[in-house]
Ligand binder design. Sequence first.
Ligand code: UDP
Ligand code: MG
Length: 310
Amino acid sequence: MISVVVPVFNEVENLPEAWRELSRVLEDTGEPWEILFVDDGSTDGSFDILKRLHEEHPDRVRVLRFIRNFGKTAALTAAFRRARGEIIITIDADLQEDPAHIREFLQKIREEGYHLVSGWRKKRQDPPSKTLPSRLFNLVVRTTTGVPLHDFNCGFKAYRREVVENIRLYGEFHRFIPVLAAWKGFRVTEIPVRHRPRRRGKSKFGWKRMIHGYIDFVSVYLLTRFLKRPMHLFGGVGSLLFLAGLAINAYLSFEKIVFHRGLGYRPLLLLGVLLTLSGLQLLVVGLLGEMLRYHHYDPRDEYVLEQELL
Ligand code: UDP
Ligand code: MG
């Protein structure tokens, strides 16, 4: 089965068209399918339309409604947990990406063995205030993480079920799904998709996304590198600083005791104290990291199986 997940936040004008187009494309695949709409706290009557769709097509349309707006990441997470399909496809309700590409997504997964296929809005139909920052974002994420995508944040993606079962999304991490998936070992690729301007309704993400995107990027970057071994980051740097400080202080003490050289006026003393203290602090942060890992131990965080011959 194919599950299509559509996050919806105040998209009342787009929903009828989205349903028509999606259901047609899905019907054409000749496979069993369902659509999960997640109403992320809409206040414009989106839910009434979704409710009607569900009543008209109870076996096709499933609807979740949040009590308030929790954000796109939350919407996707909620739907991932309930999706029944072996393949899960996400697409934005404004259908800026052409759903006709679904066939190609399926093919990439089934015939070429990819776990995640991400859309690439090659000719993006958005204002430059959006596309320029986005280019920078994609360049930075691509070069630092080594995941070779051009468009991380495209809402149109297809996943094998294992992917959504094995990644943890919170905050606004939907922008980094390919990074989190690749980090778990999943094979990630992209295909160019036709992009169109938003026809109706308003874009929900303004300039704030840049700041959030940057902060989240730092988190994701460090998480994917050091989550499993916090001590390797904090312990390593911490020990180095601590030992350097210790050496400086030992040298100063030696001169004081053997040569009776006063140390109160020496800047080196300040450096020595600073290094020992900051080193110690980093070590303790690393220890806290390890304690968190220990107490929240979950084998699913440790590995992903490719196959099982038992
Ligand atoms: N969306 C959501 N919750 C939010 C913001 C957006 O579910 O808090 C949905 C929105 O309804 C749309 C998708 O996420 O289906 C992408 O939003 P939008 O088209 O505004 O983003 P853009 O294309 O401008 O990047
Ligand atoms: Mg859009």
